[in-house]
Design a protein around this ligand. Structure first.
Ligand code: NA7
Length: 546
């Protein structure tokens, strides 16, 4: 009974899960991966709404572990579309023969730690029960959808969609009257595409967001070849940058230049486009007055782009700093509101009272629609993990352990849950950085830790409470001056009723985070207790096979 069936169970076959299978198998461990979808891809499998696209440039939002892969794959656009990223991940799964480790259409429904054997009991939706020495949660920080259920919704006679679980077959909005609820990144990408098709589109906005144009383009063969020839330098720069992309952070502060120069820099950034825009000056996320300057610039842009000044005014974010909610990157979002078939509904002024069979009852009256699209976001960073039934030592549930907010060491490990590792967990850079690189870095850290255990004849690692406190303090000390607390965003859990208000990602940037990870590892996993196990538990199923 004390023998493991497998060394590692990986939960999720998105970017992090795929790399975990590759790396851990390469280290000689046996791996089983369970994936809810019927294919690989994670986020890029589920979020297949029209317009879905990554806001990190394609050349950077790709695996760095294989220089051959980097050279063999040809991205077609500056910012890759969802279908292209999905094709890439399918290609990676095939090229590195990862599919044999994955059981598709199967969720891990229960994980419980057996203190006697030091093994994790893993229960799946397919009815399988297995024992694993280690568990790697690669469940994704933006995978647990937030699906508001509006009064009367069950009686709606039309179609209902959510951006995060979009149908696999194309959805035609031609001749339809559509309502989109939500104007975050997903809504802002989707709205221009639906506007092109629908007879009428009603955009229901609760809070306006800041959006910067993508200025997307198609790669020319020779430019792509040049860029790929410089891949090693590009990666080197990315690992040195807080955001995990090859663009050095500026050190110049907003008021160190005069007004004309400031405007020139904002304009230049706007013309380059993309999520780098807030990094125009070093103090944008730390100084309210500096932030107000860039807010005024974007307000001016919205005014230029939207012809009706009243609509422009309602689209301008007010009362929170730019960057405190994730900046959106769009193609034609603001111009959509110049179309005759698009109407902006300002929900704070005109709230939803109920959903009726024929449409949405607003305070101002009934808006008849055929289709309802929810682009309402996610229970970010902790949702997917808290919704799983994870039982650690003494029967404690992870959802209870985190009820006042998540506590981790390095975002990777939680006291009381030995040998359970999280990739892109709360307290790690994850969503504030290039998630492909953060996934690789954290999986490598975890894999190195498992190697260390093997070399030292140990059965496990368990985060210590004191180290968790110290990591929490370190994260808080970095966050203390951040303007991120000043918006009701998913970064701080404010989009989910009752969720504790905690800044979830690590704001210190990727290089500093990597330094902290290295310090822990180099000191023999300082802050972790080493577990000495039974000989049965330490023996892997691979050993048994040999
Ligand atoms: P976001 O960014 O959380 O956006 C969700 C949007 O939905 C946002 O505008 C919300 O308004 C709105 N929302 C949520 N619930 C409601 C209800 N009940 N009524 C009206 N409006 C609502 O999610 P996305 O999917 O767009 O993007 C998530 C991340 O994925 C993105 O940042 C990228 O990293 C990729 P609110 O602002 O809360 O007032």
């Amino acid at each position: 009974m004390n023998q493991p069936d497998v060394d590692v169970v990986v939960v999720g076959a998105g970017i992090a899960g795929l790399y975990a299978i590759h790396r851990l198998r390469g280290d000689g461990l046996t791996v089983r991966c369970f994936e809810a979808g019927d294919d690989v891809g994670g986020t890029w499998y589920w979020n297949r709404y029209p317009g879905a696209r990554c806001d990190v440039e394609s050349l950077d939002y790709s695996f760095s572990f294989s220089p051959e892969l980097e050279q063999d794959w040809n991205w077609t656009e500056r910012y890759a579309t969802q279908p292209e990223i999905l094709r890439y991940l399918q290609y990676v799964a095939d090229r590195f023969q990862l599919r044999s480790a994955i059981t598709f259409e199967t969720k891990v429904e229960g994980l419980s730690f057996d203190e006697a054997s030091l093994l994790w009991n893993v229960g799946t939706s397919g009815g399988e029960e297995l024992r694993a020495r280690f568990v790697v949660l690669a469940t994704g920080p933006l995978s647990a959808a937030s699906l508001p259920f509006l009064p009367g919704q069950e009686g709606f006679s039309g179609r209902i969609f959510h951006t995060s679980s979009w149908p696999h077959e194309p959805v035609d909005f031609s001749g339809r009257r559509v309502a989109v609820i939500g104007t975050g990144s997903s809504g802002i990408q989707l709205i221009p595409r639906v506007a092109e098709q629908a007879e009428a589109l009603h955009v229901l906005q609760r809070t306006p967001n800041f959006s910067v144009p993508a200025h997307n383009w198609f790669w020319k063969d020779e430019d792509l070849a040049d860029a790929k020839a410089g891949y090693r330098e590009r990666r080197k720069l990315s690992w040195q940058c807080a955001a995990g992309t090859p663009y050095p952070t500026t050190v110049v502060k907003t008021f160190e230049v005069d007004e004309a120069e400031r405007e020139r820099i904002y304009e230049q950034r706007w013309q380059v486009g993309g999520a780098r825009f807030p990094r125009a000056f070093a103090d944008v996320m730390a100084d309210r007055t500096a932030n107000a300057q860039v807010v005024a610039f974007v307000h001016g842009k919205i005014n230029e782009l939207v012809t009706d000044p009243k609509v422009a005014n309602r689209l301008m974010p007010q009362g929170y700093p730019l960057g405190a909610k994730r900046i959106c990157v769009d193609t034609g979002y603001y111009a959509s509101f110049n179309r005759d078939n698009v109407t902006l509904v300002d929900l704070p002024q005109d709230p939803i009272e109920a959903i009726e069979p024929d449409g949405i009852r607003l305070a101002s009256g009934l808006v008849e629609v055929d289709d309802l699209v929810f682009a309402t976001g996610f229970d970010a960073m902790t949702g997917a993990i808290s919704r799983m039934n994870i039982e650690g030592r003494d029967g404690r549930q992870l959802s209870d352990t985190w009820s006042a907010g998540p506590r981790t060491v390095l975002g990777v490990s939680v006291a009381g849950y030995p040998n359970l590792f999280i990739v892109n967990g709360p307290g790690s850079p994850s969503v504030l950085s290039n998630m492909v690189l953060t996934s690789e870095q954290q999986v490598n850290w975890i894999a190195d830790a498992l190697k260390y255990l093997g070399e030292h004849d140990l059965a496990g690692l368990e985060a210590e409470e004191a180290a968790q406190e110290a990591w929490d303090e370190h994260c808080s000390s970095l966050a203390i001056n951040s303007l991120m607390f000043e918006a009701d965003s998913w970064y701080v859990g404010a989009n989910i009723p009752g969720k504790p208000r905690v800044l979830l990602p690590y704001v210190g940037g990727l290089p500093r985070y990597m330094e902290q990870c290295a310090l822990v590892a180099d000191a023999g996993y300082r802050g972790f207790t080493s577990l000495r196990g039974t000989s049965e538990a330490a023996r892997t199923s691979k050993d048994q096979d040999d």
